[in-house]
Every structure is written in C-alpha cells, then in structure tokens.
Design a protein around this ligand. Structure first.
Ligand SMILES: [Zn+2]
Length: 160
C-alpha cells in the first residue's frame, strides 16, 4: 500500500491540460493502485492523477456503490442530460465545500488500465463524482463552478 501526498491548491499541475495516456504498462497500473489507496485513506470518492502530481488523463472514482472502483483513462463525456445542484468538495481544497451544478446523467467513453475501451453510464452522485474528476484532467477546478460556498458545519447538518 502506498499513500501519495495530495497536491493542494494553488499548484500549476492542478490547472493544466493533462496529457492523454498512450502507454498502458505496469507503471500506469502502479499509479492507479497508489491513487486508489490514497483516495480510500483520505475518505475521498474520486482522485485524479494531477492531484498526486502526475499530469496525465487518469482518474479513479469509487462512491462505495455496486459499480465498485471505476478507473477512467482518457475519459470523454459522449452524452449528458439533466442537471443537479449539490454540495461538492475536493481533496486538493481541504475543508472547502460549495454548491456545484452538474449534469444529472452522463455517458462516458474511457479506457481501462490495459487500454481496453468501455462505456459507462452514471446518474446522480456517481455522475457528479465522474464529472468532477474529468474536469481535473483538463485543469478545471470545482471552485470555478461553485455557486455558493458552504460552511463545514452546515454540511454536517445537511448529511445528518
Ligand atoms: Zn477534486
């Protein structure tokens, strides 16, 4: 198990367009495993490679539902619909939460760690987490989309 240090805002690596992945080797698998371990250790629901200082188009998402861990390499949103507004946070912005509007449904084409293409459809919170991570791969941070910041106490009330 390897926990990587999280790159906290402000940092150049968080605000740049990430390189597409072209080599699907053991180094990539190791990075994805380390990203997963780091995400779980920090109670996150997603983590993008630039957040551990690697500017490539790779992310992991796990909202603890039946989908399990989703590894997204070179993901592209090919369909989206509806809208949802809800609280969002980010491991690169400790203690910061805000209301963000996202599509309610997304259909995403991506590759797995072996380079095999797949399509995933997601609704609600999973769709939100996926959109947040894909934004990271293009240097887009959730703070650029926050409509209203939320205090941590208010968030706790919200979550019961
Ligand atoms: Zn984030």
């Amino acid at each position: 198990m390897a926990i990587k240090p999280i790159v906290v805002h402000p940092a150049e690596v968080l605000e740049q367009e990430c390189e597409p992945v072209t080599v699907f080797d053991r180094k990539l698998s190791k990075l994805l495993k380390d990203m997963y371990d780091t995400m779980i250790e920090l109670d996150g629901v997603g983590l993008a490679a630039p957040q551990v200082g690697v500017p490539i188009q790779a992310a992991v998402v796990d909202i603890d539902d039946h989908h399990g861990t989703i590894e997204l390499i070179n993901p592209v949103i090919i369909e989206k619909s509806g809208s949802q507004t809800g609280p969002e946070g980010c491991l690169s912005f400790p203690g910061l939460y805000g209301e963000v509007e996202r599509s309610d449904f997304v259909k995403v084409r991506a590759q797995n760690r072996k380079g095999k293409p797949f399509v995933i459809e997601a609704n609600g919170f999973l769709a939100r987490a996926i959109q947040h991570e894909i934004d990271h791969l293009h240097g887009i941070l959730f703070t650029s989309k926050v409509k209203k910041y939320i205090k941590e106490e208010e968030l706790e009330e919200l979550e019961g």
